[in-house]
Design a protein around this ligand. Structure first.
Ligand code: ATP
Length: 299
């Protein structure tokens, strides 16, 4: 288990992380979310041992992060850290050797991953000749070449098309099932929603929300109703608890404060003509994120 306990970190007068605690178990996929500058990269750097917290502790299976443990960690940084004049094989050998692996073992694992990520033809190609998305895949392979127990991924899906996002997510889920702890940051809420089991939202270094995706959605009371038909929008707007009514090209979206308001909206429109759709939806993670982060900035 990864245990982050009461860590804080300042850069001069800037408090980047303030008394942050969370735990991630083996096999869990954990998302760290936050707007730009919220403190995600700082947290990751402390977890992988590149930065020391000013206060607090970080342990993996009760052991502090040190050189012994770093061979069991994989880190995909947000910025590219590839030597563009090297070939893919040379690059991955370089990172694998740093982790103490033999050339034979590295090449075996590289062949597996190149096949898995559907780019076996690039093994002896120079990094600079690869597309951005394929460079991202090589960076990912470099991060997992040591079969890490803890895998930290800062924006892992950057530059990947939906097809490749899917391939990578599937591979990562398999690693999690085998016991890897996966922590990642992404600004793309649809990726977080598809991918993570639990998440934490940081705002200016403070934790503002933590929980499973399911619980977070259940606890967020606001709902959206999607309606198709000839309805009187004015009457809906007059209902107390209706927060917004949005008219799109083919339907009307009614944002309501909680499930009780759904019944009131239904009662108002039930005798309207041609109602062909009345659907209540949970909020998207995007909506929850904007609301939580927005609340904090408005305070
Ligand atoms: P992004 O989503 O933009 O990558 P982030 O959530 O990863 O942002 P951090 O990079 O951890 O955020 O930055 C947290 C805060 O610390 C910001 O206010 C940032 O300006 C500051 N910061 C980060 N690194 C340094 C540094 N080396 N020196 C001074 N301030 C820093």
């Amino acid at each position: 288990m990864l245990k982050v306990s009461h860590i804080s970190k300042s850069y001069g007068s800037i408090k980047a992380i303030n008394d942050l605690s969370f735990e991630v178990k083996e096999g869990e996929i954990f998302g760290l979310l936050g707007v730009n500058g919220a403190g995600k990269t700082t947290t990751f750097r402390m977890i992988v041992g590149l930065l020391q917290p000013d206060e607090g502790t970080i342990t993996i299976n009760n052991k502090p992060i040190d050189y012994d443990i770093s061979d069991d960690i994989g880190f995909l940084t947000e910025e590219r850290s590839l030597f563009i004049k090297m070939t893919v094989l040379e690059q991955v050998l370089f990172y694998g050797n740093l982790k103490g692996l033999s050339n034979k073992e590295i090449e075996k694992r590289l062949d597996y991953w190149l096949d898995r990520l559907k780019i076996p033809e690039y093994k002896n190609e120079k990094i600079k000749n690869l597309s951005k998305g394929n460079q991202q895949k090589i960076q990912f392979i470099a991060a997992v070449i040591n079969e890490p127990k803890l895998l930290v991924l800062d924006e892992p899906f950057t530059g990947l098309d939906p097809f490749n996002v899917d391939i990578l997510m599937t591979a990562l889920r398999e690693m999690a099932v085998k016991g890897t702890i996966v922590i990642f940051a992404s600004h793309r809420m649809e990726h977080v929603e598809m991918f993570c089991d639990r998440l934490l939202i940081l705002v200016k270094g403070d934790k503002v929300l933590e929980g499973s995706l399911k619980d977070i959605k259940n606890e967020y009371l606001k709902k959206s109703i999607k309606i198709k038909g000839d309805i009187d929008i004015k009457k809906i707007k007059e209902i107390k608890g209706v927060e917004r009514v949005i008219k799109t090209s083919d339907e009307i979206i009614v944002k309501v404060a909680n499930i009780d308001i759904v019944k009131k909206v239904f009662n108002v429109i039930k005798n309207s003509k041609n109602i062909i759709k009345f659907e209540v939806e949970d909020p998207s993670l995007n909506e929850i994120f904007i609301s939580k982060v927005g609340d904090y900035f408005e305070e």
